[in-house]
Design a protein around this ligand. Structure first.
Ligand code: AP5
Length: 215
């Protein structure tokens, strides 16, 4: 199954992908996670991406598309199917993804669009904490760790993403509305778009997603 997850920053794409990947045996591909890893390692790509990520803007299409093409062509796990999180984010990326997958004979099966209000996403993003070691996601009130500042899974330290401050969140929402929201129509025209109410708890979102995926 090849699934694309769409939705505004903080709608819960990463949370849903984490919850479904083992159940469905799919690879979770997050462009945000890949870019943050490159930034942490100080690679040339990470250095190039930093200014865009930290301001809430979009990294140029060709850089991100190259990363995705490389992953889809060379990661054997991707052949079994994937949950694509954070890509595509522009019309050009959506068209390029279709071309890459056409060449691999693996078209997108389904696009799940998580619909969440501005109030919800601001609350989720400002309270989000992430494990520095394993990337597990937490929230100060919605999903607090057992011990403050420490990951339940691996004991690693939790941190707040540099782009999870109110000013950058406003910019990310603006960029989403202008550049990413229009591609909902692209998938709708292909008959592949399914919407999910994401203004609700993560278990309800997961159940709704599984109902769609399992037909
Ligand atoms: P990226 O990392 O993709 O950020 P994003 O799209 O803004 O999405 P988020 O990761 O912020 O949110 P999410 O929807 O995954 O929510 P989460 O599950 O974490 O991208 C970051 C940056 O990288 C971009 O701004 C851009 O610069 C660059 N970039 C990435 N891809 C790119 C591309 N293709 N092209 C160009 N540039 C690109 O949940 C958030 C919080 O809410 C968590 O604390 C979680 O515990 C909680 N939560 C989640 N769901 C629920 C629920 N149902 N109920 C209660 N709490 C919930």
């Amino acid at each position: 199954m090849k699934i694309v997850l769409l939705g505004p920053p903080g709608a819960g794409k990463g949370t849903l992908a984490e919850s479904l990947r083992d159940t469905l045996g799919l690879l979770h591909i997050s462009t945000g996670d890949i870019l943050r890893e490159e930034m942490k390692n100080g690679t040339p790509l990470g250095k190039e991406a930093k200014k865009f990520v930290e301001s809430g803007g979009l990294v140029p299409d060709e850089l991100v598309t190259r990363l995705i093409k490389n992953r889809l062509e060379n990661d054997p796990k991707a052949k079994k199917g994937f949950l694509m999180d954070g890509f595509p984010r522009t019309q050009k990326q959506a068209e390029d993804l279709d071309k890459i997958l056409k060449d691999l004979n693996q078209p997108v099966d389904c696009t799940l669009c998580l619909e969440a209000s501005v109030k919800t996403v601001v609350q989720r993003l400002t309270g989000r904490r992430v494990c520095k070691q394993c990337g597990a996601l937490y929230h100060m009130t919605n999903k607090p760790p057992k011990k403050e500042g420490v990951c339940d899974n691996c004991g690693g330290p939790l941190y707040q993403r540099a782009d999870d401050n109110e000013e950058t969140i406003q910019n990310r929402m603006k960029v989403y509305t202008e550049s990413t929201k229009p591609i909902i129509e692209y998938y709708k025209a292909q008959g592949k778009l399914r919407s999910i109410d994401a203004d609700t708890d993560s278990q309800t979102v997961r159940t709704a997603a599984l109902k769609i995926i399992n037909g």
